[in-house]
Design a protein around this ligand. Sequence first.
Ligand code: NAD
Length: 517
Amino acid sequence: MSGRIEQLESGEVIRCIDPRSGAETVTLPCTPIDQLPAIVSRARVAGRAWAALPLPERRAALGRLRAAFLGRAGDVVQLLAEECGRPAGEAWTSEVAANNGLFGWWIDNIDDLLCPDRLSLSPQEYPKKRGLVRLEPLGVIGLIMPWNFPVALPLRSMVPALLAGNAIVLKPSEHSPRLGALLGELCAATLPADLVQIVQGGAPQGAALIDAGIDRIIFTGSVRTGRKVGQMAAERLIPASLELGGKDAALVLPDADPDRVAAGVAWAAFGFAGQNCAAIERCYVHASIYPAVLEKLVARAKALRPLVDLGPLVTEAQLQIVRQHLEDAVAKGARVECGGQAPGPGWFHQATVLSQVTEDMTLMQEETFGPLLPVLPYTDLDAVIDRVNGTDYGLTTSIWTRDLAAAEAMAGRFECGVVTINNHAFTGALPAASWGGVKNTGHGVTNSRFALYEMVRPRTVVTDAMGGDREMWWYPYNDALVDAASGLVELSRAGGSKLQGVRTALSGLLNRWKVST
Ligand code: NAD
């Protein structure tokens, strides 16, 4: 397993392992658990001063962070190779270019997104009152992150959270600690001291962070850990955003273009060696084009070049899960159309296409997170939509067809957070598009204004310039008050020609109430 944690006399350390070779690279110290409360306290102090800055200053600071990030893009790509075995093509697109766009969108739109709502108050019911609903920072946000997108995932939460005025304590995965440290270094160079802090380690550090006085936890990871995180947060009454695993399906309709399907599905299944929460792990193809699509998918899978198109699994444990799912499928009658081997050294697994697959196989129900692609024929559309919806997960689904309008109409039938037509998964890189799921995939949202709403607290501020000692809701309660209040209700019920008469009557009632005792 890469990122092995060991207890030495000098303290806990992470031994980093290059998944391409299985060789140990460097050793990093873990953050001592007892330091977590002080880390969160320092972040809180830094966060208060940060939140008090005018928004243009926070925007400018995030612009400096963006420039620093782009200036170290080569190091990001190099570390992604060493820690995650990521091919350069994937590193540059998903972890550098996409993050440049992420910074740009939030910096350009944050003023509008944080703009307070002005309350529209009826002068009859609430005379001389005005109000705003402001969006204010939560305080200190804890991030516990996985290894599969070790730069993009933290940044998707950090950028809006910081712009909104929050401080951050980030615990990267123990399998990608050097990328976490690099993010910390960039923040330290461009943002106020202590505003973003990095906690290194595994489960104990993650649990200690939730316990250290944070105001929200944003967790991305497995369902198993997500349940524990959700329980801990509930006990402490802090909100938790949980973005968990997936079991995405592609649904290929009879009119789809087999060449586009094969190219797109092969990328979405084998890209990142399948270690994408939105990887296609099930592909349902209409029987009329099944042979053609299967043949083209096999050709695509066989053509993938190790390290250029297909990296290794990040951990040995992940490789074992892939092997177990494959062995279970083969034992239950699946046929390996291509791939199927795990050639060492390192944690590589060949891109593997399977046919003769049934829904009871483990690889059809549990998240594999590896380069296995079961391809299944279907004939009945309603029945296959039930099968697409038939797992415990619900992150994204894709529909492949030439009939775009029909597919858009069909999108509402899927139990998931994102539907993509003739493409898959890339929308995670669109900062304006919400990303999240249903069922065991959890309820957190990243990207879009809906993600921002998880990082702010609405605060209503109402000002009353009425003066005097009379207010309709105050004492004394008397008949005049009841008549005036019921008159207001009547006013909203009345319409058209009756309205003027009711207004006149109401004005009389209000005057009567004002002089009543
Ligand atoms: P994981 O659950 O093993 O670990 C995630 C993080 O939680 C790590 O930082 C880990 O150290 C920490 N952790 C472990 N135990 C903990 C505990 N008891 N308390 C607090 N923190 C703890 O997940 P992983 O293997 O790193 O990531 C892969 C998973 O992430 C997959 O299931 C994948 O689908 C999911 N994922 C989901 C999304 C999404 O958008 N829904 C995105 C990326 C990854």
